[in-house]
Design a protein around this ligand. Structure first.
Ligand SMILES: C[S@@+](CC[C@H](N)C(=O)[O-])C[C@H]1O[C@@H](n2cnc3c(N)ncnc32)[C@H](O)[C@@H]1O
Length: 291
C-alpha cells in the first residue's frame, strides 16, 4: 500500500467527532518550520488572519495606549506576543516591554525588529510556553503596569489553563495595573458544523504541494469549536493531523473568571469599542484592573 493510500485510509477511518482537547488543541506554533511559514502570514499585508494589518493595528495601539493608561517609562507585558508587532511599537513610544511567545521565528523577528528600531534596550522577548512560565523565577511578580493578551489566544487554552494564566498575569501586575484580553464574541461565533478543502503549491502547511481537508465541529454543551485538519503532502505522501480548539466564553463567565483571578473591576467593550477593524463585530475586549 502506498503512503498516500495509507493516509486516505486513515482519513476514512477517522473518529467521527473529535472531542475537545483529546489530541492537542492548538496549532503547532512552536514547530520551527511551521513558525517560519507562519511568520510570512503574520507579515502578509493582504490579510489579517495571523496578525492584524498595519492600519488596524495602529488604531488598536492608540486605543490600548489610552485605555491601559500607558506612559513612557512604564512596563508592559505582551502575553503571546507573536512577532512583536504591538510590543515593538509600544517600546518605540517609550515603554519597557516583555514579550513571551513559543514561536521561534516570531521571537527571532521581534528581537530583530527591536534592534532595527533602536529599542532593543527596552525590549525583552522570551521564547517560552506561557503556561510554563515560572513567574517567580523571572522576577515578574508585581512588576508590570499593564499586560495584553490579544487576538483570541486565551481561547486556545482549556478553562483551567486560562484561569491559571489570568491569575499569573494578575500576579505579575502592580496594584492598579490593567490587563486587556481580546476574545471572540460567543454570540457571534458560527455554531454550525462544516467542512472545506483546498490545495496549494506552498503555504502555511508546507513548501511543496499539499491538500488541506478541514472539518469544524461545534460542541454546544461546552460552547467550544473543534477544527480538525488533515494535510496530505503530495510529494511524500506524509500526512499531518492538527486539531484546533476554540473555547468561547459568555461575557458574565469571563468577567467572573477575571475577578476570580484577582482583578477587581472589568470593563467590557463589544466590537472593539467601535474601532474600524474589518471584523470588529466578532470581538469583545475586556480591560480588567487589579486593585
Ligand atoms: C494569532 S497569533 C497573535 C500574535 C500577536 N498577539 C499578534 O496579534 O500579532 C497567536 C500567538 O500566540 C502564540 N501562542 C499560542 N499558544 C502559546 C503558548 N502556549 N505559549 C506561548 N505562545 C503561544 C503563538 O505562537 C502566536 O504567536
Amino acid at each position: 500500500m502506498t503512503s498516500v493510500t495509507d493516509a486516505l485510509w486513515r482519513i476514512y477511518n477517522r473518529p467521527e467527532r473529535p472531542l475537545p482537547w483529546i489530541t492537542g488543541g492548538n496549532l503547532p506554533w512552536d514547530d520551527p518550520d511551521f513558525s517560519r511559514r507562519m511568520l510570512r502570514e503574520h507579515l502578509d499585508q493582504s490579510h489579517g488572519a495571523a496578525s492584524r494589518q498595519d492600519g488596524e493595528r495602529a488604531a488598536q495601539i492608540d486605543w490600548l495606549w489610552k485605555k491601559l493608561g500607558l506612559q513612557s517609562g512604564q512596563h508592559l507585558f505582551d502575553v503571546t506576543c507573536g512577532p512583536g508587532l504591538y510590543a515593538v511599537e509600544m517600546a518605540r513610544r517609550g515603554c519597557h516591554v516583555t514579550g513571551v511567545d513559543f514561536g521561534p521565528a516570531s521571537i527571532a523577528y521581534a528581537k530583530e525588529q527591536a534592534a532595527a528600531q533602536g529599542v532593543a534596550d527596552r525590549c525583552h522577548f522570551n521564547l517560552q510556553d506561557v503556561r510554563q512560565m515560572d513567574y517567580d523565577d523571572n522576577n515578574v511578580v508585581g512588576s508590570f503596569d499593564a499586560a495584553i493578551l490579544l487576538y483570541g489566544q486565551l481561547a486556545v487554552f482549556t478553562k483551567e489553563e486560562a484561569m491559571a494564566l489570568l491569575a499569573q498575569i494578575a500576579q505579575s501586575l502592580k496594584p492598579g495595573g490593567k490587563l486587556c484580553v481580546e476574545l471572540l464574541n460567543q454570540e457571534r461565533v458560527d455554531k454550525k458544523d462544516s467542512n472545506w478543502w483546498y490545495t496549494d503549491d506552498k503555504g502555511l502547511w508546507g513548501d511543496a504541494p499539499f491538500l488541506h481537508l478541514g472539518e469544524r465541529f461545534w460542541h454546544d454543551d461546552e460552547q467550544i469549536s473543534v477544527e480538525r485538519f488533515h494535510i496530505l503532502h503530495l510529494e511524500t505522501g506524509q500526512m499531518d493531523e492538527v486539531h484546533l480548539c476554540d473555547q468561547t466564553y459568555a461575557v458574565d463567565e469571563m468577567v467572573g473568571m477575571m475577578k476570580g483571578a484577582g482583578f477587581t473591576a472589568v470593563d467590557v467593550y463589544p466590537a472593539w469599542d467601535g474601532l474600524p477593524l474589518y471584523d470588529a463585530g466578532e470581538w469583545i475586549v475586556y480591560v480588567a484592573e487589579k486593585s
